[in-house]
Design a protein around this ligand. Structure first.
Ligand SMILES: Nc1ncnc2c1ncn2[C@@H]1O[C@H](COP(=O)(O)OP(=O)(O)OP(=O)(O)O)[C@@H](O)[C@H]1O
Length: 457
């Protein structure tokens, strides 16, 4: 699909599938290479071509006792060669198609209480550029270990298929959820919840040197417990990052005895205290490739002079705005005019004075500073954004324990221990799904070189 209304022939990602499940609602990511040093280091051919591979089960500390991991471990232990193969999996249904491949809900044959998502990429259908994107995604996925990011349970290479086995998110994506809200708008507390979780996920990515570059509601999936999972890592680039502890002055209540203030009341003094803060932002990250989704592109991405991790903080501003107002702030009549607006327009807000609006507007304005050197987050990363008054009261270390917002379309069952999901349907996908299953089933079954069976229930 060519984005015909753009100069410079920005090439939109095309769907390899007959129809994308996200169809007309989807905003495709673009990928325009300026032919110079992005720091994407390509995965070695050998690594990408490994037959079946499962990442080290012990290198995922936060999921060590997770039931899904236990199921994988059990299946792997039973396998004759100690590795997971496609024939250990059964495909349950097709959940969607994207730029690079198709995604299926699947289960382990012998332990079918755990759901997984299997992303299947047919390498034969990919251009060399897209193949490089698959390799980037493989490399990034294998390095992640965070509750708001996918766990890669297995990376399987079979014939000309590359398959990634990751967590399944039954609550769909944030874009679909937004469309289910009155006037396509979330209440401000829900915006804070999603923005805070995305911020924490980006903070983790940046701290391991990954610049995400494709933040948008379509790429934010909702797990069964109602918390988020960022997906799609094919447009990331990586850079070096050196974590450091910065000292910062905080105002703290004095531990000393109370004193009488000038109104005669007893109170505690506030004192200034130097506290160390963790800062890990790839401040020297640099790439010139223009990638991302038009409405979410930062000005420095458009002018092509090079960009760094600040593009993710700009995109966080666009995301917060979209969740708040149901539309992105710079969208024009064409993709070209959207880009012009991003480069020159100042953000405008609707007149509203409800609780928290002043703070959220201030945060958005600070993320929309066109010069990345002056933008909130660009010097000290997420640490600075977390301190913004919009997030006052958020207990960051406990963020996983927050109850997800109760909004239409998000069904999270409550239990004494954890939130258990209600597997909501994606009604609009249902019609297409059946024919796409059949299509892929035929292709896969016809393929004699495929290592193992991919059967549908
Ligand atoms: N882990 C998952 N659980 C549930 N659904 C998923 C999961 N991963 C992807 N999907 C859904 O499958 C579809 C395709 O996703 P995929 O990640 O393959 O996109 P993609 O090929 O990277 O697309 P693009 O690069 O165009 O954004 C989307 O509708 C997405 O919401």
């Amino acid at each position: 699909m060519e984005d015909s209304d753009l100069d410079l022939s920005f090439t939109s990602s095309t769907s390899i599938a007959t129809t994308s499940a996200r169809s007309s609602l989807a905003r495709s990511s673009l990928c325009l290479s300026f032919n110079d040093s992005t720091r994407i280091s390509s995965v070695s051919a050998a690594a990408a071509a490994s037959s079946t591979e499962i990442p080290n089960l012990h290198c995922r500390p936060h999921r060590k006792s997770d039931a899904d991991w236990s199921a994988i471990r059990a299946a792997t232990n039973l396998s004759s060669d100690g590795t997971l193969h496609l024939h250990h999996l059964k495909l349950v249904r097709h959940v969607g198609s994207g730029n690079l491949g198709r995604v299926f809900l699947c289960r382990l044959r012998d332990y079918d209480h755990a759901n997984f998502a299997l992303k299947v990429v047919d390498n034969n259908l990919l251009t060399s550029k897209k193949l490089a994107q698959v390799q980037t995604e493989a490399r990034i996925l294998s390095s992640l270990d965070h509750p708001f990011l996918p766990t890669l349970y297995a990376h399987l290479e079979a014939s000309h298929y590359t398959c990634f086995l990751i967590d399944f998110c039954p609550n769909g994506d944030l874009h679909s959820l937004l469309r289910k809200q009155p006037n396509y708008r979330f209440p401000i507390d829900s915006v804070r919840f999603f923005a805070a979780e995305v911020l924490v996920a980006l903070e983790y990515l940046h701290s391991i040197g990954i610049v995400y570059r494709d933040l948008k509601p379509e790429n934010i999936l909702i797990r069964k417990d109602g918390h988020i999972m960022l997906s799609d890592f094919d447009l990331c680039f990586t850079a070096d990052v050196v974590a450091k502890l910065d000292n910062r002055i905080h105002n703290v209540k004095s531990k000393n005895k109370s004193h009488r203030n000038r109104f005669g009341f007893h109170g505690r003094r506030t004192e200034e205290e130097m506290l160390p803060e963790f800062v890990a932002e790839p401040t020297t990250a640099f790439s010139r490739s223009c990638v991302g989704t038009h409405e979410y592109l930062a000005p420095e991405l458009i002018n092509g002079n090079g960009h760094g991790a600040g593009v993710d903080w700009w995109a966080l501003g666009v995301l917060i705005y979209e969740l708040l107002y149901g539309r992105t702030p710079f969208r024009g009549g064409s993709k070209e005019s959207t880009l012009r607006n991003i480069a020159s327009m100042t953000v405008r807000f609707d007149e509203e004075n409800t609780r928290g609006m002043a703070q959220v507007k201030d945060l958005i304005e600070k993320l929309f500073v066109k010069d990345p050197r002056e933008r909130l987050g660009c010097a000290r990363g997420a640490t600075d954004i977390k301190r913004h008054p919009f997030f006052d009261g958020v207990k960051w270390p406990l963020i996983r324990m927050y109850r997800p917002p109760e909004v239409p379309g998000l069904a999270v069952k409550k239990s004494s221990k954890a939130h258990v999901s209600h597997v909501g349907g994606w009604p609009s996908y249902r019609k297409k799904r059946r024919s796409l299953w059949k299509g892929l089933n035929c292709i896969l079954l016809k393929n004699k070189g495929l290592n193992g069976n991919l059967n549908f229930n």
